[in-house]
Design a protein around this ligand. Structure first.
Ligand code: ADP
Length: 476
């Protein structure tokens, strides 16, 4: 039976659902006795047939030779029946060993048995055919997926992969099937994700196959301890992103010099006019304000380009945060010019990070609080610990932000109220800069806000970045 099914799996086209031509009883027309209890049916049928077959011989034997003759006739009939059933059983066994051959002849009880067996085998063949078709369809679908897919077992050994996975991850199924994937994809990011069970979090793999190739990889657990490694080729996307970044950086850079020249001449003209002509003076005032706005925009774009540049790693130092927070509070007082009530609370923790970047990011939050809080409002600046994590928090009693805007605030040029932002000197890039800086410090930006009541922006640093003041002092 197993041999037969094995053959069916390998040659699905050889399977047929039509009854075997030599099976006299079609599978659906079972003998009526087959509907009764199988053992009792068989017993009754065999006994009945033997009785019917033996009775005429026994009667004839009795009349010719008496009782001895009757017994001899019965023994003869039993002997013939024994040989008949032995032959049939032998045929059945032979057929079961080679089910590809023709079904043995059979009628009556044997016909029922053979018919049932044939039906069972046909159902098995159909089930296997369906499984084979489903597997073939799955493989076709997996091959059609544009991403690379590699299936791993619980020990991270390769079970299967599609053609894209084989190409992008340099897997040769013929020799690598059953091998450890970490022996083939040796990049630390991949091995670490596998070992740390860092699943569902995409990570980047550069130069594994071709030197300039970039893959975005994600490991997805499934079934019982199995994993699917999905790898997407993002080389073109990254090239486009690099081109976009370079373009913005170059344009900003190119604009910087003419803008400085323009602003310089506007200043010179303003001084030369010295208020003599009010119309000219007003026009020059506008030009000066717009030139300053453009300079601000160019500066922010250049700052963003620098933050995005992967060739610009974070240069870290111990930052005296209490001092920095105090400086930010002073800056806030100057900017507010007495229009707000500003309070400041500061713990003594230092952090490890880049001082200039953090100063710029935290200053953006403080500046926004002042710009978006009407005169008379409160602004609270705090440097504190939430558990082990150092947190910088700016709370204002300003206009607040509706919930639907909050997830998009850190996008470039996203503004809740464009006019309001421009009027207060905004570029729409402040929070994008904040996001990049805090990402570089593995920190998190939490925003809570209620329209009409105010907003709280919190930068939560990882506890690992905290440097206790005592330790910093001891190190000099
Ligand atoms: P902008 O230069 O326009 O201020 P940001 O990126 O700094 O750009 O901020 C994006 C938008 O987020 C702002 O336009 C403003 O609508 C909103 N926003 C930021 N901070 C606050 C705040 N403290 N209160 C209310 N709205 C804010």
């Amino acid at each position: 039976m197993r041999a037969y099914l094995g053959a069916a799996f390998q040659h699905p086209q050889s399977l047929s659902a039509t009854p075997h031509p030599r099976c006299h009883n079609p599978p659906h027309a079972l003998h009526p006795l087959a509907l009764m209890s199988p053992f009792r049916d068989a017993l009754v049928t065999v006994a009945g047939r033997l009785l019917v077959a033996a009775l005429p011989f026994a009667v004839t034997g009795f009349f010719i030779w008496g009782a001895a003759g009757a017994w001899a006739a019965i023994a003869l009939v039993l002997g013939v029946a024994f040989v008949y059933y032995a032959v049939k059983l032998g045929q059945l066994l032979r057929w079961l060993e080679a089910p590809d051959t023709a079904v043995p002849d059979g009628s009556g009880l044997w016909g029922d048995v053979l018919s049932r067996l044939y039906r069972l085998m046909r159902q098995e063949r159909q089930a296997h055919q369906q499984l084979t078709d489903a597997l073939a369809r799955f493989q076709q679908a997996a091959e059609a997926v544009p991403d690379g897919a590699v299936m791993l077992d619980a020990d991270n050994r390769i079970i299967w992969c599609n053609a894209t996975g084989a190409r992008d991850l340099s897997i040769h199924m013929a020799k690598d099937r059953g091998g450890l994937i970490a022996n083939i994809v040796r990049q630390p990011a991949f091995v670490e994700a596998l070992n740390m069970q860092n699943y569902r979090e995409p990570f980047s793999l550069k130069g594994h196959g071709a030197p300039d190739q970039s893959l975005s990889v994600i490991i997805v657990p499934f079934g019982s301890d199995q994993k699917l490694v999905l790898a997407r080729d993002v080389t073109q996307l990254e090239k486009l992103d690099t081109m976009r970044r370079d373009f913005i950086a170059n344009v900003s850079h190119e604009l910087r010099t003419p803008l400085t020249v323009l602003a310089g001449f506007v200043e010179t003209l303003t001084r030369a006019n010295d208020g003599a002509n009010p119309v000219t003076n007003k026009a020059l005032g506008h030009m000066e304000a717009q030139a300053a706005r453009m300079q601000h925009l160019v500066d922010d774009l250049l700052a963003l380009s620098r933050l995005e540049d992967s060739a610009n790693p974070l240069v870290e130092q111990a930052i005296n945060m209490p001092e920095l927070v105090a400086a930010l509070a002073t800056e806030a007082e100057q900017l507010s010019n007495g229009k707000h009530q500003i309070s400041m609370r500061s713990g003594d923790a230092w952090v490890s990070g880049n001082r200039d970047e953090l100063r710029s990011a935290l200053s953006n939050l403080v500046t926004n609080a002042i710009r978006y809080t009407p005169t008379g409002g409160h602004i609270d600046i705090a440097w504190e610990l939430a558990g082990d994590a150092p947190v910088f928090r700016v709370k204002d009693s300003g206009e607040g932000i509706a919930a639907e805007h909050i997830p998009r605030l850190t996008e470039r040029f996203y503004r809740v109220d464009r006019g309001r932002s421009r009027a207060s000197g905004g570029t729409g890039l402040g929070l994008a800069i904040v996001k990049h800086v805090i990402n570089r410090h593995q920190a998190r930006l939490d925003i809570e806000s209620i329209v009409g009541q105010g907003s709280t922006f919190s930068v939560v640093f990882p506890a690992a970045r905290r440097l206790p003041a005592a330790a910093v002092a001891a190190n000099g």
